[in-house]
Design a protein around this ligand. Structure first.
Ligand code: HEC
Ligand code: HEC
Length: 240
């Protein structure tokens, strides 16, 4: 996979500094202060671990996605905690390259700017994703769902997303556990309307687009989303 591995050290410090310049939040300032006063350290911000850098980058995300990555419905920002790291990395790189988002994607377009602001190379993307991987995962409670109509539609999704919407790493299909109904409806509608998954470089999105078109109408989209959204217990909320 082109995103994984490789030497992405180059420009890390430049990245870091541009992120700090972009954000100016208190916690970034503190972290920097902590780094430069490290008695054993070189004073080089590159000495921070990926997790420390990722945590600092995440302060620019928390206002919308929540301190625990649980998502904030009022901001239309989905849960990130518990999502597969490769999936998250791919989405961020797609936002950076305008493969996802864009003017037709009312809520997605704000992520284009956020993802690009992470830095000049992709190291910051892996760092922030490494941090997100440490946030608490939502719990699943599949048997409790009362939404039978949605469960029937979901039968066409099982092969890729799994019985409990837990996702399938081999098929690159993300977990859907913990995503809100409105977010799910929007993504499925975006896939169906060529707003997501239509870019020629979005091979996996194109697969999902075909699957979204299997749902017969908007009501089916609503019902399957209601069902999937019922498969989880809410994450502990940290936000407002
Ligand atoms: C201004 C609010 C806002 C900020 C700040 C923000 N996001 Fe988002 N993010 C959103 C919204 C809204 C969406 C959903 C877009 C959609 O509906 O398609 C989203 C979507 C995403 C997705 C796609 C999730 C998925 O399940 O496909 C990822 C990944 C993501 N954001 C990561 C981040 C990271 C990392 C940061 C910080 C660097 C960040 N976001 C900052 C609002 C924000
Ligand atoms: C052929 C396999 C396949 C099937 C069947 C499938 N999906 Fe997907 N789905 C994927 C892949 C792969 C992705 C990730 C695309 C990407 O990485 O951009 C995805 C992404 C999604 C997303 C976006 C998640 C997010 O966090 O933004 C949603 C929502 C979704 N699928 C719902 C469904 C539903 C509901 C069904 C059944 C109607 C379904 N999928 C059927 C493969 C599939």
């Amino acid at each position: 996979m082109r995103l994984a591995g490789g030497n992405r050290q180059t420009g890390r410090q430049r990245n870091w500094l541009s992120t700090v310049g972009m954000s100016g939040t208190a916690s970034l300032g503190l972290l920097i202060a902590g780094c430069s006063s490290d008695p054993g350290g070189s004073g080089d911000t590159a000495a921070a671990t990926p997790l420390e850098r990722g945590k600092a980058y995440y302060t620019t995300c928390a206002g919308c996605h929540g301190n625990n990555g649980e998502g904030i419905a009022a901001m239309h920002a989905p849960r990130l905690a518990g999502m597969d790291s490769e999936y998250l990395e791919r989405q961020l790189l797609h936002y950076r390259a305008d493969i996802r988002g864009g003017a037709a994607d009312f809520y997605g377009v704000m992520m284009n700017g956020r993802a690009k602001a992470l830095g000049e190379d992709d190291q910051a993307v892996s760092d922030v994703v490494a941090y997100i991987a440490t946030l608490p995962e939502p719990k699943c409670s599949v048997s409790a769902s009362p939404f039978e109509a949605g469960r029937k539609h979901y039968a066409t999704c099982v092969a890729c997303h799994g019985e409990s919407a837990e996702g399938n790493k081999e098929l690159n299909a993300p977990s859907l556990i913990g995503l809100e109904k409105d977010y799910l409806v929007r993504q499925l509608t975006n896939y169906r309307n060529d707003v997501r998954g239509a870019h020629p470089d979005d091979t996996l999105g194109a697969q999902m687009k075909v699957s979204a078109l299997v749902l017969e109408d908007d009501q089916a989209v609503e019902e399957v989303s209601e069902f999937v959204a019922s498969l989880h217990e809410p994450l502990p909320s940290s936000a407002n």
